[in-house]
Design a protein around this ligand. Structure first.
Ligand code: CA
Length: 511
């Protein structure tokens, strides 16, 4: 990072890089002299790259010390390295990845950090106390929406220890190839969502009666507090009968949830999901490294962290396999990458489909550059496990939970995997939120943090201008995670009531 008297701020990640990012709000005009002597040959927008030396046609463009692509023409020193000038390299060969390096880089144990959570019978801990109403098919969604509103208006005021009621409605359940091999993904996701720690072990399943996904498939074996209703049950006369039946059942669950209180839990009971969306060139400089620092803190405290988004790690997978705890974990990483390569290919797409117009406007040339910044969220810890989409977390420490990068799909899958809180970084800005678990939103740049002052929880843009370090923001985030998990602080999305719909990943055919 360099800074002159006129507060021209450029960010170069590694000594060997031949480009730097312009950090100044509004970008910098032609003729500006950077402190290494480079004079801008044209206007360069904020977040975009400037050539720090002459780059010949075909030469590698280096950022993070890695080639993010090759120049399609000569780029003179001081010129804007626009997206159209960068040819993307091929992805790392999955058959030729570095082996685990055997190091145990998790750092010193971090003792003494706690939060106030709801302890569940299965040992997990909720950060919220929510009545979840699971559904086996989309057909019932209208009735459930009606019931949820009635519960919120009429019953919740009677049960003050219950935070909310959330309907797990979705588009699955019928009209789908339920026996296709890939159907395991949406089915497993729905089965595991029921177990999210924020539902306190109370299971309420509403079905229709004739659907392919039988409601009993969503009822955990031996669920002591489970109830199941079907709208086609002959006991229900008309809409009023259904609603009354569901409300009566819900009240039993609410009574039990209302008896729960928060207790002091070690930070090792945290299960935090890391995600990004609407990324820009600052994501990999500010917010994602700060999130990575917080990831390492949670791991050192004995907690669980998940990172995800296959298409955003695919091009950096050669940097992750050396961090696998053993060969089994490394092979599982390769397996999930290969599965996704095939999935994309079968749909006639490839990894380049990931980057959005907003990413590119924000300065990210391609998925290679985006991936190098994205994996910073995983910190430096050893990767101890790999989950296929929708599987439940099995180990403490850092887990790669394979999911699409799509924000709401990743969010839904991480909830099924058992997160009790999510951290989400954004540079372009998104009002994203989840009803089931609090989402802490971290802005990558201060322009966004100021413009969306009431939608963002943390401003990591202070790192770009040297006002804070990655460690400062990482610790701030860690303490905020503990406060939010304790219910002491409310995240912006919850305060404003902004929650995205659950969105299942269904790689299997629809009939
Ligand atoms: Ca995402």
């Amino acid at each position: 990072m360099s800074e002159t008297n006129t507060r021209i701020v450029t960010i170069k990640m590694r000594d060997e890089d031949n480009v730097a990012i312009i950090a100044n709000a509004g970008g910098l005009p032609e003729g500006t002299r950077l402190d290494d002597g480079t004079v801008l040959g044209e206007d360069v927008p904020q977040g975009h790259k400037v050539a720090l030396g002459d780059i010949a046609m075909g030469e590698a463009i280096l950022r993070y010390g890695a080639a993010i692509g090759h120049a399609v023409q000569d780029i003179p020193r001081g010129n804007w390295v626009a997206e159209s000038l960068v040819a993307m390299p091929p992805p790392p060969d999955l058959d030729d990845l570095p082996a685990p390096n055997g190091a145990a880089p998790n750092g010193e144990p971090l003792e003494g950090h706690t939060f106030e959570g709801y302890r569940n019978a299965d040992g997990t801990v909720g950060t919220r106390n929510i009545l979840g109403i699971t559904t086996s098919v989309q057909c019932v969604a209208g009735v459930i929406d009606h019931v949820v509103k009635r519960i919120r208006d009429e019953l919740l005021p009677l049960y003050p220890n219950v935070d909310d009621v959330v309907a797990l409605t979705h588009t699955y359940g019928c009209g789908v190839a339920i026996n296709a091999p890939a159907a395991i993904v949406p089915i497993r996701t729905l089965q595991n969502l029921v177990h999210n720690p924020n539902f306190g072990g109370e299971v309420m399943v509403i079905g229709l009666g004739c659907e392919k996904l039988r409601p009993e498939m969503l009822m955990p074996k031996g669920a002591e507090c489970g109830t199941m209703l079907s709208l086609q049950d002959k006991a229900f006369t008309g809409f009023g009968g259904m609603v009354a039946g569901i409300l009566e059942t819900a009240e039993g669950h609410l009574q039990r949830l209302n008896e729960r209180t928060r207790e002091t839990c070690p930070a090792s009971d945290l299960v935090v999901g890391m995600q990004c969306g609407g990324s820009d060139a600052f994501s990999g400089i500010t917010a994602n490294p700060a999130v990575g620092f917080a990831t390492d803190l949670i791991v050192r405290a004995g907690g669980s962290v998940m990172f995800s988004e296959v298409t955003e790690v695919r091009d950096a997978i050669h940097l992750l396999t050396p961090r696998a705890a053993d060969q089994t974990v490394a092979r599982a990483l390769m397996r999930e990458m290969a599965w996704y390569d095939d999935y994309l290919e079968s749909g006639g797409a490839d990894r380049s489909s990931n980057t959005t117009p907003g990413n590119k406007k924000g300065g990210l040339s391609n998925i290679v550059e985006k991936a190098l910044g994205s994996i910073a969220k995983s910190g430096t810890s050893s990767i101890v496990d790999v989950l296929s989409p929708g599987e439940r977390v099995r180990r403490k420490g850092l887990t790669f939970a394979a999911t699409p990068a799509s924000d709401f799909v990743c969010g839904t899958l991480q909830l099924a995997s058992g997160i009790n809180l999510q951290v989400f970084t954004t540079g372009r800005g998104t009002p994203y939120g989840l009803a089931v678990a609090p989402v802490i939103k971290v802005a990558t740049n201060s322009v966004l943090a100021k413009r969306w002052y009431d939608l963002m929880d943390v401003d990591a843009g202070t790192i770009a201008v040297g006002e804070a370090t990655i460690e400062d923001v990482g610790w701030e985030l860690f303490h905020l995670i503990l406060d939010v998990a304790s219910g002491k602080r409310q995240v912006a999305a919850d305060r404003l009531g902004l929650h995205n719909a659950l969105t299942l990943f269904n790689p299997a055919p629809v009939t």
